[in-house]
Design a protein around this ligand. Structure first.
Ligand code: B12
Ligand code: SF4
Length: 627
């Protein structure tokens, strides 16, 4: 560079579109606190979605000059792209210094370098302090920097050997990292994105066998101060950032979290933002935590409560080190959710050691009883986890099915054959289509179970076979996902959303035809009638997609209001006022939030729930006879 400045390019690729990243921004903000770095290094942040073409990302990396230092953040979704970018940029500058960091590559030592001859340094764990020291040392001798002795680094030594330096203690004073929001580092990203990430603390008291949550796992919590968080939140609300994702592992665990909720509600009242807050609620939940979520909802901030149980099979929970998270309390938590009007969501992992396919379906049936939306993920055998370290012990066989990501799936273990795994993956695809994205989300499966004894898992489980056999036009879109569920299960979710955007009613018709052809045969006509009515209830409360042009002119607060009449009091059943439905004439006033078209598609991770119709009795008619 003519000005004598060194160029550092920090790259982070987001896992979903529209997310504003934190890791690269923290690293930049902290590095700039050192005078020598601030004076001698020009820092550029490149943030793109991981599915953008690699060529485009490389263009962005070199757009203001070929970097001297390339530093990349790696998660499983981005690690392979990182390698392609690096190989290319190294070709442009042979003396480039390449630094990697992030959860997916941390602490991988020799194995990491063996597969990546183009990387010089790996930062293990929390990165701010180690990376700043690395840059200072680099400036001392850019031609031949010597990083020996810097804690938290693994280095490819010029001799060819890999040196793993001692680990670095975790950063206690998180406020020492300047806020990338308040210092303007994320301004450009905020212009392009709609979901801001916030960390209120780092640390997690648990140690689940499938998880590596950075250096936080099994560790004491270190907190950002409330004053710092308030300043960041005020900034984001004034910038009208719609959705916030609180990255904490157990939000609600500390008393400070409740004060964070108070502040969010104040900002919503004063500035109108945020409208959605997503987080990982504390695992060992209680009424106080459900109430925090309810307070958000009542204050106009959409938030769902996830019972992230992962399994209800005792042997799987013991191996996963989750048995301390009490399953027998889910009934209580789910009732609390319903009492406070909070949508209870559930989360399961398919393929956990200690659980077979039948056990998984039983877990599904148990959790479905208590939740309105239930997500299922395959078990990724993540680096630095107990399952990755002890594969032999559990009989785990892995496979990396997605060409562009680096996730190893557990495709077999001592209680799961490969055929079982495939069946479970088809189940995941069906669940994505019907439950997460589709019309079965709420009432129908509960009525089907109560009226016809059809287990929840069957309402989902029969779908794969039906899709492969039917000629229904919308279902045909999903045939490829059922034929190759391992590679394509993720896309089945976005494919559902595309199908809904293109032909919402066609998707709902598909669901009705499936139920009619696979679930209702053999049931007596009175039962079929109840089941059809339950589907009609789900359809009536399903999110409304208005004309996109008209919708763009509407206020966010607009609502679509309709009334619908049913022969059963499904609402009372749904809300737990009676354990069965009451026959009679039951009219409901249904109110839908407007704005689904304006809600960025790429951010539908938060689910359609935010747009589901809210039903209230118009004029309750006394029941004439119980079914
Ligand atoms: C927000 C979030 C998301 C967002 C996306 C965020 C984004 N940036 O795009 C959403 C909700 C979309 C998401 C989705 C998923 N996520 Co996620 N997510 C997170 C979460 C909660 C926060 C990430 C974050 O920004 N943290 C704050 C930053 C500051 O921490 P950090 O990334 O660890 O960075 C520090 C160090 O690692 C290091 N560092 C990081 N990068 C670099 C680079 C350099 C050069 C250096 C020096 C240092 C360094 O320094 C940083 C500061 O100390 C993490 C858990 C966590 N708390 O980290 C999981 C996490 C990243 N997600 C994870 C997973 C598995 C998923 C999903 C696969 C879940 C699923 N089953 O579908 C999907 C994948 C999406 C996809 N398309 O494939 C895993 C990733 C594990 C892995 N090895 O890849 C994590 C770690 C959680 C876990 N243990 O399960 N996720
Ligand atoms: S899954 Fe959640 S509770 Fe378990 S170790 Fe990871 S962050 Fe902690």
């Amino acid at each position: 560079m003519g000005d004598g400045l060194k160029r550092l390019c920090l790259v982070e690729l987001t896992g979903e579109k529209g997310y504003v990243t934190l890791a690269a921004a923290y690293l930049a903000a902290y590095a700039r606190t050192h005078e020598a770095i601030a004076n001698a290094i020009e820092i550029a942040l490149v943030v793109e979605h991981y599915q953008e073409p690699v060529g485009w990302i490389i263009d962005r990396v070199v757009s203001s000059g070929i970097p001297d230092i390339l530093a990349i953040s790696c998660q499983g979704w981005s690690a392979r792209h990182a390698d392609r970018i690096t190989e290319h940029v190294r070709g442009l500058n042979p003396s480039l210094l390449v630094v990697y960091g992030g959860n997916h590559v941390s602490h991988q030592g020799e194995a990491f370098f063996a597969g990546r001859p183009f990387v010089d340094v790996l930062v293990d764990g929390e990165g701010e302090v180690s990376f700043r020291e690395l840059l200072v040392r680099y400036l001392e001798n850019p031609g031949a920097p010597d990083f020996t002795g810097i804690a938290g680094l693994s280095i490819r030594h010029p001799s060819g050997k890999v040196l793993v330096n001692p680990g670095r203690p975790r950063l206690e004073n998180l406020d020492s990292i300047p806020s990338p929001y308040l210092t303007g580092l994320l301004d450009e990203q905020l212009r392009r994105g709609d979901t801001a990430l916030l960390e209120t603390n780092r640390g997690c008291p648990y140690h689940c066998s499938f998880c590596y949550w950075g250096e936080a796992v099994g560790q004491r919590l270190h907190k950002f101060s409330l004053d710092r968080l308030k300043a960041e939140m005020e900034f984001l609300a004034r910038r009208q950032v719609d959705s916030w994702y609180i990255c904490d592992a157990n939000f609600g665990l500390t008393p400070q979290d409740s004060l964070v909720v108070d502040e969010i509600l104040r900002l919503r009242r004063v500035h109108g933002f945020p409208r959605t807050v997503h987080t990982n609620w504390a695992k060992n939940s209680n009424a106080r935590i459900v109430q925090m979520c309810a307070r958000l909802n009542q204050g106009g901030v959409h938030s769902t409560y996830t019972l992230a149980l992962q399994s209800t099979t005792e042997s799987a929970l013991v191996l996963a080190k989750r048995s301390n998270m009490k399953i027998n309390r889910i009934d209580e938590i789910s009732q609390l959710c319903r009492r406070y009007g909070v949508v209870p969501r559930g989360e399961l992992i398919w393929g956990l050691p200690g659980e077979d396919y039948a056990g998984f379906l039983a877990s599904y049936d148990t959790l479905a009883l208590y939740t309105d939306a239930l997500s299922v993920y395959p078990l990724y055998v993540l680096p630095n986890t107990e399952y990755a370290r002890s594969q032999e012990r559990y009989g785990i066989v892995t496979r990396r099915p997605e060409p562009d990501t680096d996730y190893q799936y557990c495709v077999q273990h001592s209680m799961m054959s490969y055929e079982d795994f495939l069946a479970g993956m088809r189940f995941i695809v069906a669940n994505n289509i019907l439950k997460v994205g589709g019309a079965f989300m709420r009432l129908y499966p509960r009525v089907a179970q109560a009226a016809a004894g059809i287990p929840f898992s069957r309402t989902i489980g029969e779908f794969a076979g039906w899709v492969l056999a039917t000629d229904h036009a919308v279902a045909r879109r999903f045939r490829g996902h059922m034929e190759d569920p391992i590679t394509r299960h993720r896309q089945s979710l976005s494919e559902t959303w595309l199908a809904i955007a293109r032909d919402r009613d066609g998707v709902l018709d598909m669901v009705e035809q499936y139920a009619e052809e696979r679930l209702h045969p053999g049931e007596p006509e009175p039962v079929r009638e109840i089941l059809r009515e339950a589907l009609r209830f789900d359809r009536s409360t399903y999110p409304v997609l208005d004309d996109p042009v008209r919708e763009r002119r509407q206020a966010w607060s607009d609502r679509y209001v309709s009334t619908a009449e049913f022969s059963y009091d499904f609402l009372g059943f749904k809300q737990g006022r009676h354990s069965s439905w009451q026959r009679g004439r039951h009219a409901y006033r249904i109110e839908h939030a407007a704005g689904l078209w304006r809600y960025p598609m790429g951010n539908w991770y938060f689910g359609l729930i935010r747009f589901e119709g809210h039903a209230e009795p118009v004029a309750p008619v006394p029941a004439v006879s119980a079914s």
